[in-house]
Design a protein around this ligand. Structure first.
Ligand code: KG4
Ligand code: ZN
Length: 348
């Protein structure tokens, strides 16, 4: 079965083709440089860029693999969550393709697709505990099978990646700055008393990261020397030197630690609640964070779980994960009608 995956939920336009769960090829165009000029994703620009780029990526993918559009069995498209205008570009393209070729249509939950992505490289053992940590979401799930997700906890305000990006912005790092906070933090030991591990003094499985971001903002307010002039590109960060670099690295390390520990506490709490699971899946852009990866390795070891972490390239948005999740749904008989709607927010 040939499944095309289409991803346009935020600032990456991507297509990929999967044959019975095996990746045949993919194309991706990122808009990061465009949005970086504004310090965040501008929805109107994002949807116009998707519209401009998607048809070309699709044609290039077909040509590269040597497949005609009418050979595609299923068109899987990220239907949400994401930016409405951006999602609509992908959903409309998918519908038009299905209408003209007779392929069946599947709307895919972008978050589920992130969590299933590691399945492209190897087996995932179910039931699994899933932690999705991205720029827009921080969710935990009990995942009984590739098509059965039970939401356990979610963020009440900022997502983990959003907190990373907002903290990075305080330091004038380029957008999205999560990876720079990660990289610089590797140069220092964390001060575990510096920042709180937010929203843990309760029995909730939900997250709240906005207070942590505020704690860093308050700290920076009294230590203005931590804020360097605007850094237009990663080279400018590499060029930082001296005591100020060491101090900044310690703040980044402490922030990495607080986020990773908070995730750990909530995941361990969730594991206690949901009963036996075989694996722990950690996915989304923040799963690329070195401290989060290390910490989750420890959690999996302590609980005798197999840890499933996507390769770094699969952590961020891509078309392969949408095609793969769509194939999982299609193979057990799911499909959507052409009435399929984009669902920008919430649990799709
Ligand atoms: O999953 P993703 O590509 O996009 C969304 O669907 O949101 O995640 C992007 C997020 C951004 O907030 C980015 O700063 C963060 O993932 N991120 C990181 C790292 N790499 C990407 N955060 C911390 N450490 C990293 N190494
Ligand atoms: Zn994503």
């Amino acid at each position: 079965m040939l499944t095309l995956g289409i991803e346009t939920s935020c600032d990456e336009t991507a297509v990929a083709l999967v044959e019975d769960g095996r990746l045949l090829g993919e194309k991706l165009a990122t808009q990061i440089d465009t949005h970086a000029l504004f310090g965040g994703v501008v929805p109107e620009i994002a949807s116009r860029e998707h519209l401009r780029v998607l048809p070309r990526l699709f044609r290039e993918l077909m040509a590269e693999i040597g497949i005609r559009p009418d050979e595609i069995d299923t068109v899987a498209v990220a239907r949400g969550p994401g930016l409405l205008g951006s999602l609509l570009v992908g959903v409309s393209f998918a519908k038009a393709l299905c209408l003209s070729t007779g392929a069946s249509l599947i709307g895919v939950n972008h978050l589920w697709a992130h969590l299933l992505a590691p399945g492209l490289d190897g087996e995932i053992e179910f039931p699994a505990l899933g932690l999705l940590v991205s720029g827009g979401h921080t969710h935990t799930y009990r995942i009984n099978s590739p098509v059965e997700f039970e939401l356990l906890g979610r963020t009440l305000d900022d997502a983990a990646g959003e907190a990373f990006d907002k903290v990075a912005k305080l330091f004038n790092f380029p957008y999205p700055g999560g990876r720079f906070v990660d990289d610089l933090g590797r140069e220092a030991e964390p001060d575990t008393k510096l920042f709180p591990r937010p929203y843990i003094e309760n029995d909730s499985l939900d997250f709240s990261f906005s207070g942590l971001k505020t704690a860093v903002a308050n700290y920076v307010a009294i230590r203005p020397e931590l804020v360097f002039e605007k850094m237009a590109d990663p080279d400018a960060i590499a060029a930082l030197t001296g005591e100020r670099r060491v101090d900044l690295a310690r703040v980044c390390a402490s922030f990495n630690w607080s986020v990773a520990q908070t995730l750990k506490i909530k995941v361990e709490r969730a594991l206690k609640r949901v009963g036996p699971t075989k694996s722990l899946i950690v996915a989304g852009g923040v799963a690329a964070n070195s401290v989060v990866r290390e910490t989750m390795k420890g959690v999996a070891e302590n609980h005798g779980l197999r840890l499933t972490l996507p390769d770094l390239g699969l952590c961020t948005d891509n078309g392969a994960m949408i095609a793969f999740a769509g194939w999982q749904l299609a193979r057990v008989g799911y499909s959507h009608s052409l009435e399929l709607e984009a669902i920008p927010r919430g649990h799709v």
